[in-house]
Design a protein around this ligand. Structure first.
Ligand code: FE2
Length: 201
């Protein structure tokens, strides 16, 4: 039977337990990657309203933010051919590919050039952080269809003051925000609870 949204609730619970232990960054990335890999292993749970592309630019749907802003979970929806500017994050981040494929280009701003490209296919997880490499540009690998990746960051990422960069290395202040004004209701478990109730006399 499909787990559906339970898979996302389990991932959120796992990250909540993880941040409760105040992990250092390597452990947050290592253990978090396993949690995110479980989430993107099956593509049957993302609420449809958080999978809608836009003609003009990529979308960032907040799925959950930890009440203490220790982590956030975001659905990135790439329309055909859409890409980010070159940007940093300032905190650890994990990218799990759910649908389609994307290309992540690492940048050496001092040299003014790309230093490598990683292609993410469904089920794959990649990491970014100021320690291991924090400046990249991401694009949909497809020019004719949407792609979706699920990101987890070590902060309320939509409210983090960070930077986008010109190819010359010039930095511009950037706060991403979120596409959605309300988050999906992940917590209505009533159907499952009712199904477990004994029949009424
Ligand atoms: Fe990024």
């Amino acid at each position: 039977m499909s787990e559906g949204i339970e898979r996302l609730r389990r991932c959120i619970a796992g990250f909540t337990r993880l941040v409760e232990t105040a992990p250092d960054e390597p452990r947050a990335l290592e253990e978090g990657a396993r949690l995110l890999a479980d989430l993107v292993a099956v593509d049957d749970w993302l609420p449809p309203e958080c999978a809608v592309p836009d003609r003009e630019r990529y979308q960032q749907y907040l799925l959950h933010c930890d009440p203490l802003e220790r982590f956030s979970v975001v659905s990135f929806v790439w329309g055909p051919g859409q890409a980010t500017p070159i940007h940093d994050h300032g905190v650890w981040g994990l990218i799990g590919m759910l649908r389609g494929a994307e290309l992540s280009h690492d940048w050496d701003l001092a040299a003014g050039r790309r230093t490598g490209t990683t292609r993410l296919e469904p089920g794959m997880v990649a990491a970014v952080s100021p320690r291991i490499g924090d400046v990249h540009q991401v694009e949909n690998a497809f020019g004719d269809r949407s792609s979706i990746s699920i990101h987890v960051y070590g902060a309320n990422i939509g409210a983090v003051a960070r930077r986008v960069f010109r190819e010359t290395g010039a930095a511009v202040p950037f706060v991403s925000g979120y596409t959605n004004a309300t988050v999906p209701n992940l917590w209505d478990r009533s159907a499952a609870v009712r199904a477990g109730l004994p029949d009424r006399a």
